[in-house]
Write a protein that binds this ligand. Structure first.
Ligand SMILES: *Cc1c(COP(=O)(O)O)cnc(C)c1O
Length: 388
């Protein structure tokens, strides 16, 4: 089945006595056993639950994984992922989600894990950082918010040479646009709070593993540490995922409309969106992704102007997330990436005036008109307007 079909037809119970067409919510902690010796398929929801099992099977199928596990949030998934690091050593991308940076620096390092940050878009830099020693390589591509692209096949090859595990945070693309396991990655992690859930009504995370043994280790930690996604949230995620293909199509169409408008405005600097013809990493991105996604970024030249622009938007929610049906605007340095210290942000060339727009599924014309009035208000005029 193709992904768009899997999204709708996957995620089923293997057997249901009543033929329910929506997976029932098994809101139960325990399952009665056949005898004191056990014998049921499930015994306790921390270790396994039918609603979660249906979701996890669907997620595994979508990523082409042998197994997937659903967690209470993207961070819960990432924190489990870090436990899989060979030799307690992590080579991490240098433009990661702010919460991931905090987890690495304030939790993993404090717990004795060795963490090395590297620009993973530079394949040779990854080779040098690994130095032939096993580690967990963790990266995002494209990164958020700067949308920098790593050549996954090339990095996967280097990881194999060092017996390192490659994990890709695929939250920004979703399995519909990018399937890292097919490109040689060992693990995929998601904040399902974003595109997979898509409605801004739950937090959830996913780890999908290519190798069955690795998948079993993830499931072991999920059960041992008790951070699995609850049955009702599993159901919300199952429901949300059914429309991912439709949502993404519309979101990308709207993103193209907004990007075209931003292109005409003088004073809009460094507009980045993988769908633009002059997108810096267009070739690699197009080779490993089937679409540009629906997150775009640009600068205005001053933090004050960026703040004023975001405040002037009426239709876009000022919020930290992306991937939902409702469009959002944010200043990453003040919001989603504020947990990265200012000097580190500066060293990583994360501009303070950067605006991130996460495009939703509202009518494209409405989104465009609202963006236009906000741009006009802060004096970022179009070339046409300047001629008048
Ligand atoms: C949001 C996000 C996370 C964290 O996920 P939560 O569901 O918020 O815990 C991790 N990685 C990326 C790329 C994200 O955007």
């Amino acid at each position: 089945m193709k992904p768009a079909t899997l999204l709708v037809r996957g995620g089923r119970l293997t057997e249901d006595p009543h033929g329910a067409t929506s997976v029932p919510i098994y809101q139960t902690a325990t399952f009665a056993q056949e005898s004191a010796l056990g014998g049921g398929e499930y015994d306790y929801s921390r270790s396994g639950n039918p609603t979660r099992a249906a979701l996890e099977q669907q997620l595994a199928d979508l990523e082409g994984a042998s197994r997937a596990c659903a967690f209470a949030s993207g961070m819960a998934a990432l924190s489990t992922l870090l436990r899989l690091a060979p030799g307690n050593r992590i080579v991490a991308g240098d433009d990661l989600y702010g919460g991931c940076w905090r987890l690495l620096m304030q939790v993993a390092v404090a717990g004795g894990t060795e963490v090395i940050f590297v620009d993973t878009t530079d394949v040779e830099a990854v080779r040098t950082a690994l130095a032939g020693i096993p580690a967990l390589v963790l990266l995002e591509t494209p990164t958020n918010p700067l949308l920098r692209v790593t050549d996954l096949s090339a990095v996967a090859q280097i990881c194999r040479e060092s017996a390192a595990l490659l994990a890709v945070d695929n939250s920004l693309m979703s399995p519909l646009l990018q399937r890292p396991l097919e490109l040689g990655a060992d693990l995929v992690v998601h904040s399902a709070t974003k595109f997979l859930g898509g409605h801004g009504d739950l937090t959830a995370g996913v780890i999908a593993a290519r190798d069955p043994e690795l998948g079993e280790r993830v499931a072991f930690f999920q059960s041992a540490e008790g951070n699995a996604l609850a049955p009702f949230d599993c159901w919300l995620l199952l429901r949300g995922m059914k429309t991912l293909s439709l949502r993404l199509r519309e979101q990308q169409r709207n993103a193209a409309l907004l990007a075209a408008e931003l292109k005409t405005r003088d004073g809009v600097l460094d507009l980045i969106w993988p769908g633009l013809p002059d997108f810096r990493d267009r070739e690699i991105h197009d080779a490993q992704c089937s679409g540009p996604g629906a997150v775009l970024c640009f600068r205005t030249g001053s933090v004050e102007r960026s703040l004023a622009l975001v405040d002037a938007l009426q239709l876009y929610t000022v919020a930290v997330s992306f991937g939902g049906v409702a469009s959002q605007a944010s200043l990453p340095c003040r919001m989603s990436h504020a947990s990265i210290p200012e000097e580190v942000r500066r060293a990583r060339a994360l501009p303070e005036d950067l605006i991130r727009i996460a495009v939703g599924v509202e009518d494209g014309e409405d989104l465009l008109v609202d963006l236009q009035q906000a741009l006009d208000r802060v004096g970022l005029m179009g070339q046409l307007a300047l001629q008048v």
